[in-house]
Ligand binder design. Structure first.
Ligand SMILES: Nc1nc2c(c(=O)[nH]1)N[C@H]1C(S)=C(S)[C@@H](COP(=O)(O)OP(=O)(O)OC[C@H]3O[C@@H](n4cnc5c(=O)[nH]c(N)nc54)[C@H](O)[C@@H]3O)O[C@H]1N2
Ligand SMILES: Nc1nc2c(c(=O)[nH]1)N[C@H]1C(S)=C(S)[C@@H](COP(=O)(O)OP(=O)(O)OC[C@H]3O[C@@H](n4cnc5c(=O)[nH]c(N)nc54)[C@H](O)[C@@H]3O)O[C@H]1N2
Ligand code: SF4
Ligand SMILES: [Mo]
Length: 886
């Protein structure tokens, strides 16, 4: 692989916490050519499907290009004077705690630092919380309880040097794909590397698994208590290491008193798990949202840490607990103090010495003395009027917060809502009084910290369009405008991200002063050139220490320097299933979309993988309610409702259903999953229980189903619709509970094509309608309607707009043009039908053979687990992964 060329910019991928290095080159047409950075220690040149498609998501089509006041463009002075004035007036009248910032683990550390300094240090309230509350808070709490600090002990190399990797509540193949690829490569070298997946669902990550434990949702504490009891019973305790640990006896007794049968796992599977875990010293336990997003999330984390502490398996090569971060700067946010219950640099708000030191460092007498409101409480306070001025930056809470409809209502009722985003087309941005145009990833400079504490530079490869400005710059400007009147404007005199980074790095020296581990003070005097060329490096970065692992030496950051094991007992998820709500709703991610899809949905390649929101449901559950393949499922919970395409699969167990979190008011308003999730939180971490709502599922009684393609905007008016980008425009799935009187009138309205010539076939008796609209001889839009789920060749039809397509109305491809089917390999655009046909015709026997025949899976590798499943399916094994897209 070629190293960075002179015309390329070295930066970091803006998606997941793997933190891959990317090399960027403008393509001259407003896009970017993106490749993996062969010299970056996170990915060594690899990228996943989302990273590879970054270049397709930087266009200006949807960009917000000027500040807006109540939906009308304005200039920066007007917008920011108003923001500063409103926040100043609000805190003068109602006190600092009437203001709040809700920010994001996708902010750069420099953005985050300024937001935190402004709110905690000068507005004087700790009401700054972040979407990391929905993501990492349970891990932060668990780490602090066990280690006295929020620190990931190990490094990515541990995944390659381990003899066993246990994935707990982590779908690494889809959510941290480059780490998954590193594991695949490690296993090729070391066939003895064992993989265990602990997840109620059979996910793509099970492709590699030697053992899959489909435990009941929420029962991880019981499982790891079972393991701890067994470690003790088998005499596998590391007594020497226990000299550095408190609480072992009590933790073991509590574990022995717990009941592992709540996991629903068979005794033989449990024994196999115990044998494998206890018998393999070099074990890394990777955990993610199946652990964190739970009302017992912090306990789940500590249950895992207990097992590593009691065996001394921590901080050595190939060994340790490993919380993988979700967002690109989730870790940086924790370092900078982005959460409402911490100060910057791992210092504590309520510790008077820390408070005094930070006050002195920032030269402020306004530093908040108490904790602020955590995300769920914050939006409740917005709803009941305690918070009157709210600034939301780089996150979309109208979609991603639990009880999302109530969050929307809270924002609507709030006196003053500011939103900073790169687009106005989000559910949250639509609720803003003031909307501020932020520079996007490809235009921003700063630093991020990934899952293994490596700090990397993001560097701008493009110029920010029109009036867009970096988040740190907007925040600092408001800080100066407020401070000029209140006497602290100079605290925000930052000219560049390097100025902020220097101040932050200097501040981190306080960490060492107070016996904390986070310290990057060796970078405190970094000059602008050195900041520009900063190489990825793992903290701590001090005069005496660079990177490395933590805790093998038995030194912890608790008052007595010892780690703590905690006595834990299983607690069931807060909501109970019963007659009214018999199903448990699990939620999470898909391979090719990022969260609320404001960027990934701009790529037609990424949108072709799973083009529609879905509900995974077990075949027997579906059959019992008469729900058939391709029908829609109506889902109701105690707080909301939704409609999803039924995906009937034994990937989920009976009684569980799973839906992705990605769809929004913009892309499928009926399938916003967080409208169904109640605002229940973990009592220790405040993290919402996003994966364990209870719901009722029934077949949605559709009077008609539709499929549409269009080059332009479409305005559906029906109970269910879902939109996906195509190379030629959009495709829509539609369904309604009552049919319009006249399909031609409705189609012309929907496509805004009042006079365009059309081919029309309507059969009132059978309830079918087909309409294709042509302008100047090319297809502009088409609609296919039927009483049952529409059977047309969707992926073929999606390619037709803007061509002459004389037979579009047939809905099927001519015999000489086969339908490729839903995309599996998004790098080379290879569809499921093409792959199945090749496997059959060419007797392909391996994923590599598929690669040789079709290129599929040979670039980013993200689709390799699905190729393996397809292969198994065609070869007769019982798998059905691609049903999601069929
Ligand atoms: N493609 C893609 N990748 C992403 C993201 C994205 O939006 N798209 N987002 C990034 C972010 S911010 C995050 S936080 C990470 C999340 O990464 P992951 O945590 O890997 O992703 P999820 O799909 O949310 O959840 C993982 C699994 O937890 C399982 N689970 C649910 N309940 C339980 C339980 O009680 N116990 C156990 N053991 N498992 C359970 C689910 O079935 C699911 O398969 O992904 C990051 N990477
Ligand atoms: N049910 C359920 N709910 C969940 C989860 C789940 O698994 N299940 N997962 C939770 C987790 S782990 C997470 S991390 C959250 C994620 O949820 P969110 O943070 O709400 O999702 P994003 O789509 O990443 O929102 C980022 C927003 O920032 C905007 N943006 C992009 N670039 C910039 C920029 O440079 N500056 C600014 N100012 N804005 C920018 C984007 O357009 C977008 O609107 O969702 C949480 N919600
Ligand atoms: S694994 Fe994919 S999404 Fe995550 S940082 Fe790397 S390229 Fe980006
Ligand atoms: Mo996350």
């Amino acid at each position: 692989m070629k190293p960075c060329q002179s015309d390329e910019t070295r930066s970091t991928c803006p998606y997941c916490g793997v933190g891959c290095g990317v090399l960027l080159k403008p393509d001259g047409q407003g896009g970017l050519v993106v490749r993996g950075d062969p010299n970056h220690p996170a990915n060594f040149g690899r990228l996943c499907s989302k990273g590879s498609a970054l270049g397709e998501t930087v266009g200006l089509g949807d960009r917000l290009l000027a500040p807006q006041l109540n939906g009308t463009d304005t200039d920066w002075d007007t917008a920011l004077d108003l923001v500063a004035q409103k926040f100043t007036d609000t805190i003068a009248k109602h006190g600092p705690d009437s203001a709040a910032f809700y920010v994001s683990g996708q902010l750069l550390s420099e953005d985050y630092y300024v937001a935190n300094k402004l709110m905690k240090g000068f507005i004087g309230s700790a009401n700054i919380d972040t979407n990391s509350r929905l993501c990492m808070a349970s891990t932060v709490a668990g780490h602090k309880r066990a280690f006295g600090t929020d620190t990931v002990p190990g490094t990515y190399e541990d995944l390659e040097t381990a003899d066993q990797i246990v994935l707990v509540g982590s779908n690494l193949a889809w959510c941290h794909p480059v780490l998954y690829q590193r594991i695949v490569a490690a296993r090729d070298k070391n066939p003895n590397l064992k993989i265990i997946v602990i997840d109620p669902r059979r996910t793509a990550s099970c492709d590699l698994a030697d053992l899959h434990l489909p435990l009941r949702v929420g029962t991880d504490v019981a499982l790891f208590n079972g393991l701890l009891g067994e470690i003790s019973a088998r005499g596998a305790i590391d007594h020497q290491y226990l000299n550095h640990v408190n609480g072992a006896q009590a933790a073991i007794e509590a574990a022995q008193a717990d009941d592992v049968s709540v996991t629903g796992l068979e005794a033989s599977a449990l024994t196999q798990f115990y044998d494998m875990w206890i018998g393999t010293p070099k074990t890394v336990t990777v955990f993610s949202q199946g652990v964190n997003q739970s009302s017992s999330g912090a306990d789940k984390v500590n249950a895992i840490l207990n097992c590593h502490l009691v065996t001394g398996r921590i901080g050595t090569k190939g060994c340790g607990p490993f919380s993988v971060t979700g967002q690109p700067n989730a870790m940086g946010g924790r370092e900078v103090g982005g959460l409402a219950n911490m100060l910057a640099c791992h210092l504590d708000i309520e510790n008077p010495d820390h408070h005094a030191a930070v006050s002195s460092f920032w030269q402020t007498d306004r530093l908040s003395p108490k904790l602020g409101l955590k995300a769920v409480d914050m939006f409740q306070a917005v709803g009941d009027g305690r918070i009157k001025a709210l600034w939301i930056i780089h996150t979309n809470p109208a979609v991603s917060m639990p009880d999302a409809d109530k969050v929307v209502a809270a924002m609507k009722s709030c006196d003053f809502v500011v939103v900073s985003d790169i687009t106005a087309a989000t559910d949250t941005a639509r609720l803003a009084d003031v909307l501020l145009p932020a520079s996007a990833w490809g235009e921003k400079d700063g630093t991020v910290t990934n899952s293994d504490r490596t700090i990397s530079r993001q560097r701008a490869a493009m110029v920010a369009p029109e009036q867009a400005r970096p988040d740190w710059d907007i925040l600092a400007d408001v800080g100066r405008r407020m401070g000029d009147k209140m006497g602290w404007g100079s605290a925000f005199d930052f000219g560049t991200p390097a100025d902020i980074f220097r101040e932050y790095a200097q501040m981190s020296r306080l960490g060492t002063t107070f016996g904390k581990d986070f310290d990057i003070s060796a970078l405190g005097d970094i000059d602008n050139d050195a900041y520009d060329t900063l190489e990825p490096q793992r903290w701590p970065i001090t005069d005496t220490r660079q990177g490395g692992r933590f805790f093998a030496d038995g030194k912890f950051f608790t008052p007595d320097g010892k780690a703590r094991m905690l006595p834990l007992a299983y607690r069931a998820p807060a909501a109970k299933t019963g007659k009214r709500y018999p199903f448990r709703l699990n939620t999470g991610r898909i391979r090719d979309q990022w969260h609320t899809m404001t960027r990934t949905a701009l790529s037609s390649r990424l949108s072709a993988h799973l083009a529609e929101p879905f509900l995974e449901i077990h075949p027997e559950d579906a059959q019992a309610m008469g729900l058939e393949h391709s029908m829609l499922a109506q889902v109701k919970s105690p707080v909301g409702s939704g409609i999803f395409r039924a995906l009937i699969t034994d990937r989920v167990t009976r009684g569980d259903v799973f839906a992705p979190m990605h769809w929004t008011g913009e892309t499928a308003p009926c399938a916003r999953v967080d409208a169904l999730v109640p605002p229940v939180v973990d009592p220790v971490s405040g993290q919402p229980e996003s994966k364990a709502a209870v719901v009722q599922v029934t077949p949605f009684q559709a009077e008609w189903y539709g499929f549409a393609i269009s080059t332009g905007e479409v305005s559906p008016n029906c109970a269910y619709w879902a939109r996906a980008k195509t190379t030629t425009g959009y495709r829509f799935e539609l369904a309604g509970s009552s049919a319009p009187k006249d399909w031609e009138v409705e189609a012309r309205r929907m496509f805004a094509l009042p006079d365009t010539p059309a081919q029309i076939m309507i059969d009132a008796n059978s309830g079918t309608a087909r309409l294709a609209f042509y302008q100047d001889g090319v297809l502009k839009a088409a609609l296919f309607v039927s009483k049952s789920p529409v059977a047309v060749m969707r992926d073929y039809l999606a390619t037709l707009p803007n061509t002459d397509a004389p037979n579009a109305i047939a809905g099927v491809s001519p015999a000489d043009q086969p339908d490729a089917g839903p995309v599996v390999c998004s790098c080379f655009n290879v569809g499921v039908n093409t792959i199945v046909a090749a496997i059959e015709a060419q007797s392909l026997m391996s994923v590599d053979m598929i690669g040789k025949a079709l290129q599929a899976g040979t670039n980013c590798g993200s689709c390799r687990p699905e190729l393996a499943e397809l292969l198994a399916k065609v070869r007769g094994a019982q798998t059905n992964l691609k049903e999601a897209a069929e």
